[in-house]
Write a protein that binds this ligand. Structure first.
Ligand SMILES: Cc1cc2nc3c(=O)[nH]c(=O)nc-3n(C[C@H](O)[C@H](O)[C@H](O)COP(=O)(O)OP(=O)(O)OC[C@H]3O[C@@H](n4cnc5c(N)ncnc54)[C@H](O)[C@@H]3O)c2cc1C
Ligand code: SF4
Ligand code: SF4
Ligand code: SF4
Length: 428
């Protein structure tokens, strides 16, 4: 294990060289009162004129801004750049504020169900492939695309792509927080150079970018994903290490959600692994997924996410179209359908241009509301116990207790299945 054995909830360094501050100095800025009030978007760090902020991981593996007291000139710009807190304030998620009623906000987005016409593209994408349709337009115009890829160590990281081969690596959901360090200045440089830019990421990354840029750009298209929450990269690393030891094999490829073998709706993580003998094995597991949906792994800001509504900071919002099987069953083949929300005129323009490469149905927004479009998920009551176990026990104990792993859980599932089918037969 890389981390120490003791979990210290919500502990991380906020300042470096704090001892250099004297009583007469202007106070250092406080970027967040509580962990829930920082999503790690990097806007403050990238926008600091004195280069005084670094992003460092806390005890749960999430990056937070840390201010170097020796470099900070107390200009306050970092506080102004924090869009998350402004949006949390509107929602009443900062304790001292009254929420602004949803009805007082912008108009409702237009809503569509979308499938890319090219089957292979759809199979390589998480849902219906709308991201490829939009990013193809930008790349064909000589533009640049920013999005999240898997690293060699199977972590998530944003990159810049000018070629379709690099953009293709952005396809597929990586269910951990992506490392976005250094990306916002690259986006700005491209925009200032007159390049067309598509930036894709979570809603808070898009909001952070727009705040960092400080002015609108006609050559920028922003696309956010509907985001349940971002799981901890630290737990993911530990999970991979556990699988490595359990199977005595090295991981060579990861599919966070294997659509090809299990269908669009299912959520099975597939690891391809190589034994010392050279034999290749495939490991299908639902342990990480179960920890994720148990809400144990989300970044604290996700429990107070201000973007859990139909109002998003991007031009276009994309998601899995859950519910399509109910409202347009003929459109669903369990290979993936994208939900697309068009939030701005710029989004409408780009979406109209993508129409040649997609099949589409216009749908009613009220029929398309999955839970993350309504409200954030609550933190589980036993979240601290989970993290104490993560630090204090082998990963396998955690997997059994919270991740549905092991014989006892398998028997429980079997009994549950029998009980459900018996009830159905008896019409109970
Ligand atoms: C952490 C996470 C939570 C999600 N939660 C939901 C949910 O609650 N409901 C739902 O309907 N869909 C969720 N999704 C899936 C999301 O809706 C799909 O990315 C979307 O359907 C894209 O469809 P596509 O077919 O165009 O996909 P693709 O071509 O597969 O799109 C990939 C896009 O996802 C971005 N991306 C991938 N991983 C990350 C990451 N870790 N951080 C930031 N951006 C990333 C890429 O930059 C790219 O823009 C989630 C995805 C992630 C990564
Ligand atoms: S107050 Fe100014 S110099 Fe200090 S960390 Fe914030 S942005 Fe940087
Ligand atoms: S700007 Fe982003 S990284 Fe900085 S404090 Fe706010 S949410 Fe956190
Ligand atoms: S749930 Fe909200 S705060 Fe968390 S990563 Fe997604 S957009 Fe950001």
């Amino acid at each position: 294990m890389e981390h120490s054995k003791k979990y210290e909830p919500h502990q991380s360094v906020r300042y470096l060289n704090a001892e250099s501050v004297s009583a007469s100095d202007k106070p250092l800025p406080m970027l967040y009162a509580d962990r829930e009030n920082c999503c790690g978007c990097t806007a403050c760090a990238e926008g600091c004129p004195a280069n005084a902020i670094q992003m460092l991981a806390d005890s749960e593996g999430f990056p937070y801004p840390v201010i170097d007291a020796k470099k900070c000139v107390r200009c306050g710009k970092c506080l102004q750049l924090c869009q998350l807190k402004k949006d949390q304030r509107e929602k009443g998620y900062l304790q001292d504020e009254t929420p602004v009623p949803e009805s007082a906000k912008k108009t409702q987005p237009a809503c569509c169900a979308v499938k890319h016409k090219d089957f292979d593209t759809r199979m390589a994408s998480r849902s219906g492939g709308i991201f490829t349709a939009l990013s193809d337009l930008v790349l064909d115009d000589g533009g640049v695309v920013f999005g999240c890829v898997q690293t060699e160590k199977f972590l998530a990281k944003h990159i810049r792509a000018e070629e379709k081969a690099d953009r293709d690596k952005m396809r597929g959901s990586k269910y951990i927080q992506s490392d976005i360090s250094g990306i916002f200045p690259q986006v700005k440089a491209d925009l200032e150079a007159g390049r067309t830019v598509l930036f894709s990421g979570t809603s808070c990354q898009v909001a952070g970018l727009k705040s960092y840029l400080q002015k609108p750009y006609d050559n920028l298209l922003t696309v956010d994903i509907v985001c349940h929450g971002v799981p901890s990269p630290l737990v993911w690393k530990e999970y991979l290490q556990w699988q490595t030891q359990k199977h005595n094999a090295i991981c060579t490829a990861v599919d966070f959600r294997n659509k090809r073998d299990f269908g669009w709706k299912a959520h099975v993580e597939t690891l391809t692994m190589k034994k010392p003998s050279g034999e290749t094995i495939t490991v299908n597991s639902e342990v990480f997924k179960k920890l994720f949906y148990g809400e144990y792994l989300s970044r604290p800001s996700c429990y107070k996410c201000p973007y859990k509504s139909v109002h998003h900071p991007s031009d276009i919002t994309i998601a899995d179209y859950w519910g399509i099987q109910r409202i347009a069953p003929e459109f669903n083949d369990d290979k993936g359908v994208s939900l697309v929300l068009i939030n701005t005129d710029a989004g409408r323009g780009w979406f109209a241009r993508a129409k040649d490469s997609i099949e589409l149905l216009e749908e009613k927004l009220e029929d398309s509301l999955q839970p993350p479009l309504k409200a954030p998920f609550d933190a589980p009551k036993d979240r601290t116990q989970f993290w104490e176990m993560f630090y204090g026990e082998p990963f396998e104990t955690l997997a059994k207790q919270y991740g549905g792993y092991g014989l006892v859980n398998a028997v429980k599932r079997k009994l549950g299945g029998w009980k459900r089918s018996l009830k159905k037969r008896l019409h109970l």
